[in-house]
Design a protein around this ligand. Sequence first.
Ligand code: PLP
Length: 431
Amino acid sequence: MKQSLLKNKERNKSRLKNGEYLKKQTNFLSERSRFAYAPLHEYDALARSIEKKGKKVIWLNRGDLAIYFKTPKYFIDAYVKSLKSGKTFYAQPTGINELREAISNRYKRLYGVRFGPEKAIVTQGVSEALNFMNAAMINYGDAALMFKPYYSSYMPFLRFYGGTVYVHDYDESRNWDLDRDKIESMFRKNRGMARKVKYMLITNPNNPTGSVLDRKTLEDVVEFAKDHGIFLISDEIYDEIVYNGAKFTSIAQLAKGIPHMILNGASKVFDAPGIRIGYMVLPEEDKLSNELRKKFTDFCDMRLSANTPAQYAFADAINNRKAHEKALRKMVASIENRVHFATKLLNENEYVHAIEPRGAFYIFPKIDIKQLNLRSSGAFVEKLLKEKGVYLTSGKGFGSEGHARLVSAATKEILADAINKINEFCKAHAR
Ligand SMILES: Cc1ncc(COP(=O)(O)O)c(C=O)c1O
């Protein structure tokens, strides 16, 4: 009895100590958590505080198609059907067979590329795939080769795992094209680079520029990856949103026999970003691809399952070709129309220069920051939001200072309202 009293006393004492310790902790958050950062949301709090004061904000910062184009009925019906038929269990961690088969058939149909369903792994959006690929490949000090402007989430995920980056520019003066000789020369100048690079990542069609790389450039990219023995990743989440005469080629068509991975999903082409389904395809059987697929399987197992009813719905949506093509054609025609209208209106502003996109639904104009008497594109975005209630994303988060991104999927009325305000803002600030 006496002994247990003593024990209790000791226990209470140590509890107190722990309590004190928790209060005093200064390094509670991990070092790597510093890299959690999302440029798309940088000024969300400011935008909300403006709205709270009763002023209007035009949100053109986040690429959410479903705000402007209702997710098609055939997809919603498929989702409701999967819910009603009880598809609410944990699915097979790497994805339901029906969806993996639908993905495999989609690539055969659209691109003439053949791979078995087991080569496709289902994720909770491409965002989860970005997390998985860096978690699987990046040790502290490893590097990735990217091209700027790049999609804003690539960098935080890479940095989160201790990676660094080699960046090469898309050439704005040549419609954001890539020049293989220049990439080669960057590699020649830094011999250590090739040893550090774990993967190279391209985005086609591109976010934020809306450019679509032609087949010849993509062949160069594939050759480069092959020559230098670098794992090639192609984010093709906008593959069917091309217009303005552009023709899309998948890396999967060109990289046969070379270790590579394709990223894609439901968020853009199928106009269903909120269902959070994406996928990775690793069609090859080489050592790197096999190791990666195995590791991705482990990661999928750890998080149990992606959204099950959404997977059934997405499988139906991919297989429902007629309904998909009809909805897609209509949406892409509207996007082309809106993007054309917005680019033209923006270019009436002498302080802004926009290249007309041929894919996705963004415009990424160069802003004459100096002439506007501003420090940076961040300052441009912040001031524009404060003074005119137009919310764009600063180029910095895409690796390209001096630019800003505008989501141009909004209706022409919204775009006209926003761009007229941008143009007024520039006039008012010009030196
Ligand atoms: C190029 C690119 N990759 C990935 C994503 C993220 O996609 P998901 O909604 O599938 O996570 C986006 C979203 O805008 C994107 O533009």
